[in-house]
Unconditional design. Structure first.
Length: 314
């Protein structure tokens, strides 16, 4: 069986196009197919659309609806937990992930020693230049300072074997960053490149600010480099301060102690204060992650599934 996990947030416009295109592709496969849609607290009529899809294809469609918006990472985790297939793929409902690649991905896994076939964009055409710049910068930083390699342009769209998915599910951490988890668990992975595609309908829910926060989480979750940087800068500042103090004492002994120079002194104080606040923020970010992990809150809360519709029908 092939399980297709689809996280959804305000995707009522995209869902009909998505199902139509994926059905055209999967109808040519020898595998049975199940859809697992995860409604991540959508504010539009996504849930109603999923109910209609289930009524049309009760043998193929399953859905999970959260009690609120828990984020895409939680939706991916819930979908993987619910998947029953031997092969599991993750896809976005906006059709930026080309369904026509599925046969090629399946063939690659079944004919070679590969546990995962991922996808990556060849380019970032159609994406704002500032977003592309920071995306490339993120991958450079996380690969330079982190222990887990992440592929620039890699998408969540990937086909995985059951053992790999089971390994991902074993990592039940609250602070999740799937791109890093996919890489951290290992397994043989190959990538297929494709040209960037625009959304088929609707608007993206990813603003620049949300992507920025997402990238910060990725760096913090898979690298302690910011803490090392804070320690190095702190040590360097101490050395410079000691040298400056020695210089000031010697100058005062030789030439007296003039009162001029307060502007430079204020500037130095503000600079050092700013550096201290910056690195206190970095340390606070890590402490916040620890705080959330120790609470042991659920990664998501389910409000409704297709099983509830079955009960209502009875």
């Amino acid at each position: 069986m092939l399980s297709i996990v689809v996280p959804c947030f305000n995707e009522q416009e995209s869902l009909p196009y998505f199902v139509k295109e994926v059905e055209e592709v999967t109808s040519t496969l020898a595998h049975s197919v199940e859809y697992i849609f995860v409604n991540d607290g959508s504010k539009d009529h996504t849930l109603e659309s999923l109910r209609e899809l289930y009524e049309k294809m009760p043998d193929r469609v399953r859905y999970i609806s959260f009690s609120k918006n828990f984020g895409k990472e939680s939706a991916l985790y819930a979908g993987l937990q619910a998947a029953r297939g031997d092969l599991i793929t993750l896809m976005d409902a906006d059709l930026q992930d080309p369904p026509e690649l599925l046969p090629q991905m399946i063939e690659r896994i079944e004919t070679s020693d590969v546990d995962c076939v991922g996808t990556r964009r060849q380019d970032r055409n159609g994406e704002p230049a500032i977003r592309s710049f920071f995306a490339r910068l993120f991958y450079k930083l996380v690969n330079k300072f982190g222990d887990t390699e992440m592929i620039d342009g890699a998408r969540d769209f990937r086909l995985m074997t059951r053992p790999m998915v089971d390994s991902i599910l074993a990592m039940s951490e609250y602070n999740r960053f799937s791109k890093g988890i996919f890489s951290w668990v290992g397994f043989n992975t190959e990538y297929i490149s494709y040209e960037n595609r625009e959304r088929v309908a609707g608007d993206t829910s990813w603003s620049f600010w949300s992507l920025f926060k997402y990238s910060i989480d990725g760096i913090v979750n898979f690298s302690d480099a910011p803490l090392t940087l804070a320690a190095l800068v702190g040590a360097f500042s101490c050395i410079v301060a000691v040298l400056a103090l020695i210089f000031i004492i010697i100058r005062a002994l030789l030439f007296g102690d003039p009162t001029s120079g307060w502007p430079s002194l204020v500037s130095i104080i503000l600079l050092m204060g700013g550096i201290q606040l910056l690195f206190l923020g970095i340390i606070g970010k890590y402490i916040g992650k620890i705080f959330l992990e120790t609470k042991k809150r659920p990664i998501y809360i389910v409000k409704e599934t297709e099983e509830d519709l079955k009960k209502e029908e009875k």
